[in-house]
Design a protein around this ligand. Structure first.
Ligand code: FCA
Length: 350
């Protein structure tokens, strides 16, 4: 972006930038357009088919919502959904045995560690279970994605870029000077989808001509709010000179942790703009009576990740209809003032 344009970025341009960055409304799934996960979907005749849905962090709102949508697919198609949480390698492998022992024919999994991919795929094959990886893509021993394992995930780089662009725009709207501003990028590079998101955000900030030297990385040890809080607290101590903070990370939890860290050092929403990803774990934050530094989030499509993966697996098991190997979804930015209407439109809330 041209330096001369920086102080005067109009809202029209903001919208154009966000669209260009690939932050568009996700297409609703054909089979589930109208139904919210809380709404009673018509129950189909039971088929006797059992399918599993395993997630790495069952306590995260994102995964709870994903599972709600998978339950909806189960009701619509008449299969039984066996839901399991697996925060580590041992649990995920024993979860697969549990599914096989219960007569399941396949499972959707968000693995606790992408490097477990080959072991998960081998166990699924040995137990004759069909498998779809959701959210976090499996990687092989060489660190490359396992392209022969069916996967549905987000367009991580584009979504990250849309976060970076939106942060840059908000900085201009507030008239913050480069030399007073710092970017806190809460990173989790062990996970490819996380690295793509934060690299995308960084790249868009730099493209907007934010100085690279003022973009600081805060590596999370654990991908949750406490992990982000610890990582950001260290960074804030190292850069006490920064007056205004822009914050991004792999998801809402990462940004929420960093926002809490800024609050701990006396910053308020006047000097902090954080933009998350998921649009689900930030709902209580938007519901607070006073605004916080958590400014916006990119709402992902839990419906596509939960309902559609379960539906794809069912069609594969029942009708031998193999899904696409690689499916990507987009997102939609939400703020404190518009999240209620958008959650309703997306079928997340009534
Ligand atoms: C990863 C993150 C989740 C969610 C998902 C789409 O699994 O951990 O919070 O962003 O990708």
């Amino acid at each position: 972006m041209n330096q001369a344009l920086k102080p005067l970025l109009p809202f029209g341009l903001l919208a154009a930038l966000l669209l260009a960055a690939g932050c568009s409304k996700p297409k609703p799934a054909a089979a589930a357009t109208a139904a919210a996960p809380t709404a009673a979907a018509p129950a189909a005749t039971p088929t006797g088919i059992k399918l599993g849905f395993i997630v790495k962090q069952p306590e995260e709102t994102w995964f709870q919502l994903e599972r709600k949508f998978a339950e909806q697919a189960a009701r619509e198609n008449g299969f039984e959904l066996i839901e399991l949480g697996a925060p580590d390698g041992e649990k995920v492998l024993s979860a697969i045995d549990t599914l096989a022992a219960n007569g399941a024919k396949g499972f959707v999994v968000c693995t606790p560690d992408p490097k477990l991919g080959p072991a998960i795929a081998a166990k699924a094959a040995a137990q004759n279970l069909k498998l779809i990886a959701v959210d976090d893509r499996f990687v092989g021993a060489d660190g490359k994605p396992l392209e022969n394992v069916h996967y549905l995930g987000i367009s991580a780089r584009k979504i990250g870029q849309s976060v970076g662009t939106a942060l840059y725009v908000e900085m201009q709207l507030r008239g913050w000077k480069d030399e007073d501003t710092g970017v806190c990028v809460v990173t989790f590079d062990e996970l490819d989808t996380a690295k793509e998101r934060t690299d995308g955000a960084t790249e868009a900030l730099i493209a907007g001509t934010f100085p690279t030297s003022r973009i600081y990385r805060a590596p999370q040890k654990t991908s949750d709010i406490p992990g982000a809080l610890d990582a950001a607290s260290i960074l804030l101590t190292q850069h006490a000179e920064v007056k205004h903070w822009l914050i991004c990370g792999m998801n809402d939890s990462a940004v929420l942790g960093a926002v809490r860290a800024t609050e701990g050092r006396g910053f308020s929403d006047k000097d902090v703009v954080g933009i998350g990803i998921n649009g689900t774990d930030c709902i209580p934050e938007f519901e607070k009576s006073k605004p916080t530094g958590f400014f916006a989030s990119v709402l992902l499509s839990a419906q596509q990740h939960g309902h559609n993966t379960a539906q794809m697996l069912f069609d594969w098991v029942k009708n031998n209809k193999e899904p696409a190997l690689d499916t990507r979804t987009t997102g939609r930015i939400i703020h404190r003032n518009d999240f209620r209407a958008i959650l309703k439109e997306e079928g997340i809330r009534n």
